[in-house]
Design a protein around this ligand. Structure first.
Ligand code: BEZ
Length: 261
């Protein structure tokens, strides 16, 4: 039997993530407010990355554990916040001896390949009545970027297969049903546009692709990759580049749910 697919990608450049993509956790403030961590609560930060939101949860007085599938991210999180607890683990296949009052997740669950398994593990990790608060890419997220990538690949003579989007961007209906099936009551679900400005001006889009969408050009030789970046930028400039900055068409799915007793 083949190995079960894991959360991807396997390798992250955690320092680059911290240096140039801090918007990922900086934009997590609202969902953190929804979590409203309380002193002494036991909270899991699922897909914690380099630990910045984990630290904000800890600052509220909660006992927090950060979990991420990337060893690079966890190493950086430990360097950033040596006083906090971080573990390497797969969002689709984890368990803890002691249950949590809440599981929190920001910008991570669209990376999982088997969302129903992740929801199962989250539910099992909670105390009865415990809450799950998450934000991720929702249906329609970065649709223009994906279309630009598709068109650029055609233009350089290396078309990608239909359905090449590697991420999970569900609708409210799809994700709420999945959570219900795994033992949750869904108490809030929102899908909303959140245009997201990137750092580094002109270079922002190619930096973003190198960081998050490396699979879009990993099969291309260096010269062809340059051609690819040039054409993607051409394709998307009119819609997504304003006043010297790329603004990606992010769409967020925000949910709050409780484990049924
Ligand atoms: C997101 O946060 O929506 C996202 C980030 C990287 C790749 C795809 C989606």
């Amino acid at each position: 039997m083949g190995e079960e697919p894991k959360t991807f990608p396997a390798n992250w450049d955690a320092a680059l993530y911290d240096a140039k993509h801090s918007f990922v956790w900086e934009r997590g403030t609202d969902v953190l407010a929804l979590l409203a961590p309380q002193p002494e609560e036991r909270i899991l930060d699922l897909g914690c990355g380099t630990g910045h939101l984990t630290a904000r949860i800890a600052a509220a007085g909660a006992h927090v554990v950060g979990l991420d599938s990337s060893e690079e991210m966890i190493a950086e999180a430990r360097r950033n916040f040596p006083e906090l607890e971080f573990v390497v683990g797969d969002a689709q296949d984890f368990q803890f001896d002691k249950p949590f009052d809440a599981v929190f997740s920001n910008a991570a669950l669209h990376w999982v390949r088997q969302p129903e398994r992740a929801a199962y593990c989250i539910c099992e990790a909670l105390t009865p009545g415990g809450r799950f608060v998450a934000e991720m890419g929702g249906e329609g997220n970065i649709e223009r970027v994906l279309e630009g990538v598709r068109r650029a690949r055609v233009a350089i003579g290396s078309p990608v297969e239909e359905g090449f989007n590697p991420w999970y961007f569900p609708t409210i209906g799809e994700y709420a049903s999945l959570l219900e099936t795994q033992g949750f009551d869904v108490t809030l679900a929102l899908l909303f546009d959140r245009p997201t400005p990137l750092e580094e001006g002109e270079a922002g889009l190619r930096n973003w692709i190198r960081m998050f969408g490396a699979s879009f050009c990993a099969d291309l030789e260096l010269k062809k990759q340059e051609e690819f970046f040039f054409v993607v930028e051409q394709q998307l400039r009119k819609e997504l580049f304003r006043e010297g900055q790329w603004r990606l068409d992010y769409r967020r799915l925000r949910v709050m749910a409780r484990r049924v007793d």
